[in-house]
Each structure stands twice: as C-alpha cells, then as structure tokens.
Design a protein around this ligand. Structure first.
Ligand code: CS2
Length: 493
C-alpha cells in the first residue's frame, strides 16, 4: 500500500540550479494555508504543485504564519520558492524546487490581510498545519476550550488570533457576501481531524451567531485526512551545507524522507463542482470515503511509537530516532510494541499487511540521514498522548489485554515532563502545559505520588482512564526511576 502512494522527487536539473520562479508553473491562487511550517512545505505543497503540473487548475498557495515572521522573512527574498531535500538512507540527496507558494502573510502583523485572502472567492480550500495545540481544543474530549486565551480573545474581537477564529470570521464574511464557503482541509496528526476542526468551528460560530453555525454545518465541508512524511526541523548548518552542495543559497530548505502518503476523504464544497479541489490523486494521494482506518494505523503505529521512542530514547541518552532504533534494546522494544500492543488494538485498512507496514516503518526510522531529534518529537506531549498512546491503551484494557510497553511509555513521558534527565541535567520541556506539569511533579515526592498527580490533568487523562492507569503506570515509573530507561525497556518481554 505504501509503495503505490510513495513518491520520490526527481533531482533538480542542472539548468534549474538557481533559486527563483522558473515561470513554468502557471497557476492562480486557490488555497490559503494556515501554519506554513516545514512539514506542509515538504508535504501538502508538493502534492498540490504536482497536481497542478499534471492536471492544471488554479491552486497557488497563500501561506499564513499565525505566530512568527521568520518563515516569511526567509521566503520573501527568494520569491517564496524553496528547495525540498529528500534524504535517502544511503546518504543520497535529491533536490526539488517548489514554486506553488505565492505569498506568505504574518497574521499578527495584519489580521485584516489574512481575512481578506480567506474571503477571496478564488480561495476554495483552506489547509492547516497548526499542530495539535493550534485547534484550541481539549485533547481528552475534542471540544473547543473556551478558556483558551486566544479563544477568549476571539470571542471579544472581530480580528482573531486563533485558527478557529480565522476560519469562523472568514466564513461569516463569505456567508454575508453570498459566497460559497471554502473546504477546510486539516493536515494535523489528530484522530478524525476533519470532524475535530468542524466541531471547533461550529462551537465558536454558534457563540457569534447560531444561524452562521447552521450555514457552515450545511454548506461547509471538513474532510478528514491522514498525512505522513517524516520531516525533521532544518538546522542552520543544513543551509550552509546545502548552499555548497546545490550551488545556490536557500534560506528555507525543507529536509524530508523519500516516503510520503496522503489519504484524503473526498468531500469538498460541492458548489465548486470539478473545481473544488486539485487533482490530488494524480499526485499520488489516495482519495477515500472514510479515512478512519488509515488514521488509526498511522497515529498508533507511527506516531505512537515515535512518542514512545522519543521519551524513553531521550532519557536513555539517544539524540535521534535513528540512533534510538539502532540500539538493539530499543529495536526490540519498538517491534514488540507493534506486534504485542498496537497491531491488536485496531482494524487495519482493507488489504493492508500490518507486518509489512511495521517493517517499512522500522526502515524509515532507521534512515541515518534523517536526523529527527527525540527532543523535537517529545514536544507538546500533553496534546499528543491521547491520540498516540492513550486510545491504544484504553482499547487494550477494554479487550482485557495488558500493555506494559505503552504503560512504560506513559511513565517515560511523566519522567520527561519532570524536567530532569537521568544524569540530573535539566530537560527543556516544550509543552503548552509544561509549567503546570512540572509543578505537579515537583510537588509530589514518591513515584506513586508523581504519577497520581500527573493523572489528575483532565485535559489529557479522563477520570476513568486515570483510575485504570494509576497502578500500572506507577509501577512502570518506579522501575524506570530505579533502573533507568534503557534497562527498563530491555526487561520488557
Ligand atoms: C512526529 C511527527 O514530531 C512528531 O510528533 O511524530 O511529526 C511525525 O514525524 C509525522 O507524523 C510523520 O508523518
């Protein structure tokens, strides 16, 4: 399954070894993307550009950064063109110039400019990669968090701060102008991500105008998608090295693995007819009726083991995922997690061989060219744990299956957010709840007390699951603290 949708970028032809628009990609704007980070530039933008190059259509992307000007400041001087660097396991690199991004706005600088683009009738799709925390929802329940500071701001101000706020205010303008809505296409790692962002938008719209919420519910479309391409953060030294290697300087290259897979529910605003979306299937995306089986497979088999390896690997002193799985103790751990605790927990997509999928994942993790830091993946665990680990645990427990490996992973997260590693060195924990998590951990003395304290965070753990986790996670946490991550992982059988 992965092979059929896996695509490789061709190397950049010598006569295109310069950075700037070649003029070969003729397309008008059609998409606004919120959250123009490295992942989307290595993933969604490339699918859209391929679709345009193959089948045409006006699908140029207007990028929007909701927080920082840094991506715009790097891309603007190079006409928003950048290089996607595909890194093979054997050290080979192929370079591809990406031209589909036509402008980048910085929302805090000019909120009106963003709303103007979102209200432009040429825009038929809004894609998002705002990370799990960007939807301002409660991770444990999926509902909009009205206490979130950005949502509280958006309830009182016409010019928004949050992604749901921009979507609602833009849809309100389109409704008032008699325009059709845009399709909202989220590309974040969340279960039923289309339903989640739809819920957030309807909850917020209903606070402004119930009739607006009704119109969005009837006319809007929020297809769910499964997205997959490992895309580590670009480091400053990458820019210097690439400038030497490819013969021109790109301030905003993106580094990624060869593999990519996009599974998209084919449910776009019908008012636009054949012009409702680009020809993503021609670009290798899989257009489906129900993405759920693909989501479960990817969020649990990839993201669940990514997070497990990130916390326990970091504590064991491993810098990257490749280094972690090169350690035979962790290689055995991840293979056991897949076989014993994750694969039994969900029904795979029809025709998919999960053993083969796990084998391909292991090869992807082992790619030494991809320096994907355990620290980067460990970020925002409070927003990631529910869909990556806790759902799998709940399903195992409901089926009467024990899952010691996943319990150890949760204990690893708890040790990690305690802010001190196994050598007594500080851990730079990046998480919206980091301060509260650290305080809870510090205020408790024994492992049992630390676990009990962290299980009270209802944004992450439901009361029922907290009760079920208390004993096994406390046991895992105590052992982890006593013998260290590598030994605790190695003792799992
Ligand atoms: C990673 C994901 O940083 C993380 O949390 O687990 O970004 C992962 O690399 C992608 O989902 C792979 O498709």
């Amino acid at each position: 399954m992965a092979q059929s949708s896996m695509s490789m970028e061709a190397g950049l032809p010598a006569d295109e070894q310069r950075l700037g628009r070649s003029g070969k990609l003729k397309t008008g704007p059609g998409i606004v993307h919120l959250g123009l980070g490295a992942f989307y530039r290595a993933f969604g933008a490339i699918y859209v550009e391929d679709a345009v190059r193959i089948s045409g259509g006006d699908w140029g992307i207007i990028g929007v950064s909701l927080q920082s000007p840094s991506t715009r400041d790097k891309l603007a001087p190079q006409d928003f063109v950048y290089t996607a660097v595909t890194q093979d396991a054997d050290g080979g690199e192929t370079f591809r110039k990406v031209e589909i991004v036509q402008d980048v706005l910085v929302a805090p600088e000019d909120q009106e400019a963003v709303l103007t683009w979102l209200s432009n009738p040429a825009i038929r799709i809004v894609t998002l990669t705002v990370t799990e925390k960007g939807y301002c929802h409660d991770p444990a329940t999926g509902t909009l968090n009205f206490d979130h500071p950005d949502i509280a701001h958006d309830l009182e101000n016409v010019l928004p701060k949050s992604a749901p706020g921009y979507l609602v205010r833009a849809l309100q303008r389109r409704r008032d102008a008699g325009q059709s809505p845009f399709t909202v296409l989220t590309c974040d790692n969340l279960p039923e991500n289309g339903k989640l962002v739809r819920r957030a938008v309807l909850d917020l719209a209903g606070r402004f105008d119930p009739a607006l919420a009704d119109w969005i519910a009837a006319e809007g479309r929020f297809p769910s998608t499964m997205v997959d391409r490992i895309t580590p953060a670009t480091k400053p030294e990458d820019i210097e090295r690439l400038a030497q290697k490819i013969g021109y300087r790109d301030e905003a290259p993106v580094l990624c693995e060869p593999f990519r897979q996009w599974v998209v529910e084919d449910d776009f605003v019908p008012a636009y007819g054949a012009d409702a979306r680009p020809d993503l299937a021609a670009a290798g995306a899989e257009m489906v009726v129900d993405v759920t089986p693909y989501e479960n497979m990817k969020l649990r088999m990839l993201n669940g083991t990514h997070s497990s390896l990130a916390y326990l690997g970091y504590l064991a002193g491993h810098e990257t995922i490749a280094e972690t799985v090169a350690d035979p103790v962790f290689a055995g751990f991840v293979k056991r997690l897949w076989r014993e605790e994750i694969m039994p927990s969900f029904a795979p997509p029809e025709g998919v061989d999960l053993e083969a999928y796990a084998g391909a994942l292991f090869e992807r993790y082992s790619n030494p060219s991809i320096r994907h830091r355990t620290w980067q993946i460990a970020m925002d665990g409070s927003q990631k744990l529910p869909q990556r680990l806790l759902g799998t645990i709940a399903d195992n427990l409901a089926a009467g299956r024990s899952c010691p490996g996943l319990m150890l992973a949760v204990a690893g997260w708890m040790r990690y957010v305690g802010g001190v590693d196994e050598k007594g060195q500080p851990v730079k924990v990046k998480d919206p709840l980091s301060k509260r998590l650290r305080e809870l951990s510090d205020a408790a003395e024994t492992p049992d007390q630390k676990v009990a304290a962290l299980l009270t965070v209802r944004e992450i753990f439901s009361a029922q699951l907290a009760t079920e986790l208390a004993a096994p996670v406390a046991q895992a946490y105590g052992h982890l603290s006593a013998v260290g991550a590598r030994k605790a992982v190695g003792e799992l059988r």
